[in-house]
Design a protein around this ligand. Sequence first.
Ligand code: UD1
Length: 335
Amino acid sequence: MKNILVTGGLGFIGSHTCVELINSGFTPIILDNLSNSEPWIKDRIEKIVNQSVVFYEGDCRDKELLNQIFTEQKINGIIHFAAYKAVGESVNEPLKYYENNIGGLTAILEVSQKQNCSNLVFSSSCTVYGTPDRLPVDESAQIKSAESPYGTTKIICEKIIQDLSKADKNYKSILLRYFNPIGAHETSLIGELPLGVPSNLVPFITQTAAGIRESLTVFGNDYNTKDGSCVRDFIHVTDLAKAHIKALEFLTNKNEGTCEAVNIGTGNGNTVLELINSFEKSTGQKLNYTLGNRRGGDVEAVYADAKKSKELLGWEAEISLEQSLLDAWNWQKTL
Ligand code: UD1
């Protein structure tokens, strides 16, 4: 397996994964509609790996284009990142999310099946667990009904892939349930590029430290956690990217159909306040923040049981929280 179609390959996780693919001897073929990414990210990827990459500008719902790419590039596997991901926006514009996230996946599945390519890595999320009954949460935990249309699209997409696997005994797929990706590439050439005001914590922190935002609000300090703020499993995006290589290797080594869901997290839970402290310590930047009300739809605490990723894929996170925050800050400084 060599040529990997990477939908959303210029996005935050996609771009880091393209770098790791090339470092591991794969050839990423990027398909991205630039709806939440910039064309110059391609140049940055090329600068990091010192070689050119193939890029198609387009939408993964465009089956004609997908067929063209499969024919031109002899695609052996797919990593499907392309999707909308803003939780709040999805509440206001649910159809946009269902159309794009589900339509994109079904187009990819239909074309890949027709083209006899049955190796799929799907970007899922720990959002499928909702508020877990047990922590750390493992893959056998019940799938809850999601708090947002965004979360619902992840649950539905997982289900679609599972149903296809039952119908097509040769189809090989892996559902990676990401926890909270943060950080940036060590070269500071690629990183997260939030559209407008960031809703995710770490970009909001780095923009506040950079003086773009006046102050960070910690959403809730009365949760039942050690300091009252929410607990999350923050994972460096490079570690996360490397999990995709292990997932592809797992699929390659499988001789029959498979569909596995795997948590991709560090296994450690940190509170929002701990993260802020850690940011101040590792970067030497003082952060202006206040304690505020809870944000609707937030889960009190969620962090991964990371055993399955280690056992099944031979993957575990390696980069510390401090390094992740320092990398996020170094990237912010280049913007
Ligand atoms: C959410 C989604 C997750 C999705 C991710 C991608 C849910 C439950 N989670 O993660 O599935 O993959 O977005 O965008 O749908 N916080 C503050 N102040 C801020 C911003 C955030 O205190 O200004 C807090 C939040 O309340 C939360 C933590 O920081 O406790 C992390 O928030 P965020 O980065 O938005 O990620 P999640 O909500 O965990």
